[in-house]
Ligand binder design. Structure first.
Ligand SMILES: Nc1ncnc2c1ncn2[C@@H]1O[C@H](COP(=O)(O)OP(=O)(O)OP(=O)(O)O)[C@@H](O)[C@H]1O
Ligand SMILES: O=P(O)(O)OC[C@H]1O[C@H](OP(=O)(O)OP(=O)(O)O)[C@H](O)[C@@H]1O
Length: 209
């Protein structure tokens, strides 16, 4: 049986995704938590994992170097890759929102929007009929309105703690986010039985949530 390669996101989704696979009956060694290796072979399960930056997971899957991957819906919307979404894993719940300083209006002319999600933010404001200037940042997005870099931010909100502790308020919710199981279209055709088995096993765990 040929191996399936799965691109796993390092960072906060990782533990939850690993737990899900273990609940689905895959015997994954403690090596996952303990080592710094970026490729982990699990021959007993005919699986191989690659550990990637969350934003890069759809890239590996689109290029077919991974058959499957786990990616946040935020990443899927931003990256617009040619992959299929197979399953909502219902982990890492959060949402994308517009936020800013309280009681402030956006600049009338080309208000500035700081975000890690330029594609999502541009399309959101286009749909609202607002012309904005997008400023791409890679993290600490909440800093932007505090320091005068932007009128608003588009960012992930989960508990709301980061907004609150920085004196920011949410203006609009854009889209709810959970993590998804994604697949390369060619792999899906060529390895359909193995992939379907994995989907079924994960689905039986996820449906209990
Ligand atoms: N505060 C949060 N609560 C729950 N899920 C989140 C939160 N922030 C992000 N996520 C989800 O987890 C995914 C990965 O987030 P994580 O913070 O680990 O990665 P990242 O910010 O891209 O990594 P890095 O900080 O290394 O650039 C996101 O794509 C999103 O789907
Ligand atoms: O609503 P909360 O529960 O506070 O979570 C939201 C925060 O989590 C994420 O940041 P992250 O920790 O990934 O840091 P970074 O984007 O600044 O690197 C996101 O960008 C928010 O800042």
């Amino acid at each position: 049986m040929s191996d399936l390669t799965i691109a796993m996101p390092k960072g906060r989704i990782f533990e939850e995704a690993l737990e899900l696979l273990r609940q689905a009956g895959y015997n994954l060694p403690p090596e996952f938590e303990e080592s710094r290796k970026l490729i982990i072979e699990v021959p007993e399960e005919n699986l191989r994992f690659i550990l990637a930056k969350p934003m890069d997971v759809p890239t590996y899957v689109e290029h077919g170097v991974a058959d499957l991957g786990i990616a946040g819906k935020d990443v899927m919307l931003e990256e617009e890759r040619n992959v299929y979404e197979l399953l909502d894993l219902k982990i890492s719940h959060c949402y994308l929102a517009v936020a800013g300083l309280p009681n402030t209006k956006m600049n009338d002319v080309a208000p500035k929007i700081a975000t890690k999600y330029p594609v999502v933010a541009s399309s959101y404001f286009r749909e609202q009929g607002e012309q904005v200037e997008i400023i791409k940042l890679n993290g600490s997005i909440e800093l932007a309105p505090l320091i005068g870099l932007a009128d608003r931010i588009v960012d992930i909100v989960s508990s709301g703690r980061t907004l609150k502790e920085n004196g920011l308020v949410e203006y609009e919710k854009i889209v709810p986010i959970t993590s998804r199981l994604i697949v390369n279209p060619v792999s899906y055709r060529m390895k359909d039985e193995r992939i379907q088995e994995l989907v079924d096993r994960l689905e039986s765990v996820v449906s209990q949530y």
